[in-house]
Design a protein around this ligand. Structure first.
Ligand SMILES: [Ca+2]
Ligand SMILES: [Ca+2]
Ligand SMILES: [Ca+2]
Length: 235
């Protein structure tokens, strides 16, 4: 939002002085607002609004916005079943402590990793609960406003855990999209779902670790909604 006020000379009316507002149409200047935003002139000021399908404050407008990134490290509004997610989210690149100096490829400081046990920076680096625990973690409801959901997912291993390690998108109580990581690699990779058919609907994300075997854990971070179909990997 613009907040500039252009005050002109004082004008006397009935023995009182009043400020005379000389409006400037700031929108005539190029790049007053961000790229992909519209400028609206107002008296004494102006307003920037992101175009339809873009998200931001009118100065920086992006095609994607974050739905869940776990940076508030608070799962109190999520539903946990079983024990796999008891120690989540995970702080920092906890996987680096292990053999091969594995890289989790998370964003920010916090992410979901059901092999890990480091739910705060004060817990020992490298803490782990292992593959044994099983369970699920279901998100609060969110509205699908873009055409694409993207996210980071890792762990799971073809031939050992498939399909018992997976992420699901639930709409109206039905699983409409799922992603099963199979690459036997803890480093999360970006995957996406085309959700054009569900625009405006309310949805939930469910993460599932129903495996106790080799690579029986899930890594997940950074669910975001995007306006455009940049690329996607439907089932
Ligand atoms: Ca103005
Ligand atoms: Ca994160
Ligand atoms: Ca497990």
């Amino acid at each position: 939002m613009g907040n500039e006020t252009n005050q002109g000379p004082k004008k006397m009316v009935n023995s009182h002085y009043y400020n005379v507002i000389l409006d400037i149409n700031e929108c005539r200047e190029e790049l007053r607002c961000g790229k992909d935003a519209a400028c609206t002139n107002t008296e004494g000021s102006f307003r920037c609004t992101c175009n339809i399908g873009y998200y931001g404050d009118g100065y920086i407008c992006t095609e994607c916005y974050t739905i869940f990134d776990f940076e508030d490290h608070d799962l109190s509004n999520w539903t946990l079943n079983g024990t796999a997610f008891n120690n989540q989210p995970t702080y920092g690149n906890n996987t680096l402590s292990r053999r091969g100096r594995a890289w989790s490829n998370h964003k920010g400081d916090w992410w979901i990793g059901t092999f890990e046990n480091r739910p705060s920076p004060s817990e020992p680096f490298g803490g782990q609960q292992g593959d044994g625990p099983q369970g699920s973690l279901t998100s609060p409801s969110f509205q699908i406003t873009g055409k694409l959901l993207t996210f980071l997912i890792g762990a799971g291993c073809r031939g050992y855990t498939s399909p018992n390690i997976r992420a699901e998108l639930i709409v109206d109580g039905v699983v409409v999209r799922k992603e099963t990581p199979t690459e036997c690699d803890g480093a999360m990779k970006e995957k996406s779902w085309n959700v054009t058919d569900y625009a405006g609907k309310h949805a939930q994300l469910r993460l599932i670790d129903y495996s106790s075997g080799f690579w029986g854990h899930i890594n997940f971070d950074h669910l975001q909604a995007c306006h455009k179909l940049i690329s996607y990997t439907d089932p």
